[in-house]
Design a protein around this ligand. Structure first.
Ligand code: KG4
Ligand code: ZN
Length: 341
């Protein structure tokens, strides 16, 4: 089965072609110009998707060596994300589905991050724990089988990536600052300063990151950061902040692992590219855990994960039935539907 998938939920225009689970092409165009605004401007993002979508899709088909007639399934991200951006990709792909008379699958972007760990031939045994850490969401879930997800916890304020980006901004690091914090951390001392991790009483598996971010803000004021700024200081603060973030994510995952007696953990989403996070979780391998991270190219937003998730949904939820489902009538949704995840 040849699948064509499109992703436009935020600031990446991406198209991918898969042959069953094998990625034949995965073209990603990132809208780097948002940097100058300090964040993604939704309307500008939508317009840029509109400009790029045909060219990126053509490039994906060309690289895969696949013609339109060979496509058996069309998939696009339809939730959650920036509504205008989602509409560009999902309506474009639905139109192709109508024109080619092929089934269309609408894909949940967060589920796609979860299944991104099945790309590149990785197979994860069920049940496993899924920790999804992206720019907009942070979820800890028990994955019992394909599309049988039980949400154990989520963030009550900032998402993990959001906390990285906002903290980076406090230090004058360009948006999106997560990757730069990671790079700086490698040159810094993670024990330089201890930033407090939140302790939540209501649900032990929920996350909170705005406290860590705020304590960085107060700390910067206290040490008169702007006056005393040096590369060494920035690297040390980045490393200390990252340490607090990593420990907070790690301790929740460990707690859930003990409670549900599951020693297989999958970490995915943009923040899963973080070297400190990878290092910390990988120490568990020596203790009999199995730890999965996606290959770096599939950590951040890409259409390959949308294609694979659509392919799985078609196979396991719709049992490979060749109709259009109701998806063509379904609208894109900006918010994550926690009840029906
Ligand atoms: O999953 P993603 O590509 O987009 C969303 O669905 O939101 O995640 C983007 C987020 C951004 O917040 C970015 O700063 C963060 O992932 N990120 C990182 C790293 N690479 C990307 N955060 C920490 N360390 C990294 N190496
Ligand atoms: Zn994402």
């Amino acid at each position: 089965m040849i699948t064509l998938a499109v992703e436009t939920s935020c600031d990446e225009t991406s198209a991918a072609v898969l042959d069953d689970e094998k990625v034949l092409s995965n073209i990603i165009s990132s809208q780097l110009f948002h940097t100058k605004y300090g964040g993604v401007v939704p309307e500008v993002a939508s317009r840029e998707h509109l400009k790029k979508i045909v060219e990126i899709t053509d490039a994906a088909l060309l690289k895969a060596g696949v013609t339109l007639n060979e496509i058996g399934l069309l998939c696009a991200t339809s939730e959650p994300g920036l509504i205008g951006a989602l509409l560009v990709g999902s309506n474009f792909t639905k139109s192709m589905a109508i024109a080619l008379d092929r089934p269309f699958i609408s894909v949940n972007h967060i589920q796609a991050h979860l299944y991104s760990n099945f790309l590149a031939g990785q197979r994860i045994e069920f049940p496993f724990l899924g920790l999804i850490v992206s720019g907009g969401h942070t979820l800890l879930i028990l994955v019992e089988d394909f599309f049988r997800h039980k949400i154990l916890g989520s963030t009550i304020d900032d998402a993990a990536g959001e906390a990285f980006d906002k903290t980076a901004k406090l230090m004058g690091i360009e948006y999106p600052g997560g990757k730069t914090i990671d790079e700086n951390s490698r040159k810094g001392n993670k024990y330089f300063h201890k930033f407090p991790e939140a302790q939540l009483k209501d649900n032990e598996f929920d996350f909170s990151f705005s406290g860590i971010k705020t304590s960085v803000m107060y700390y910067l004021k206290k040490i008169e950061f702007e006056k005393n700024r040096s590369d060494e200081l920035v690297n040390n603060i980045c490393a200390s902040f990252q340490e607090a973030m990593v420990n907070s994510l790690f301790s929740k995952a460990l707690k859930a692992s003990a409670k549900f007696n599951v020693k297989i953990i999958s970490v995915s989403g943009g923040v899963s590219a973080n070297s400190g996070l990878r290092e910390k979780f990988n120490t568990l391998e020596a203790k009999g855990y199995r730890i999965y991270f996606p290959p770096f190219e599939y950590s951040t937003d890409n259409a390959a994960m949308i294609g694979l998730t659509g392919f799985y949904k078609h196979k396991y939820v719709y049992n490979n039935k060749n109709n259009n489902f109701d998806s063509l009538k379904l609208n894109a949704k900006p918010r994550l539907d926690y009840e029906n995840f």
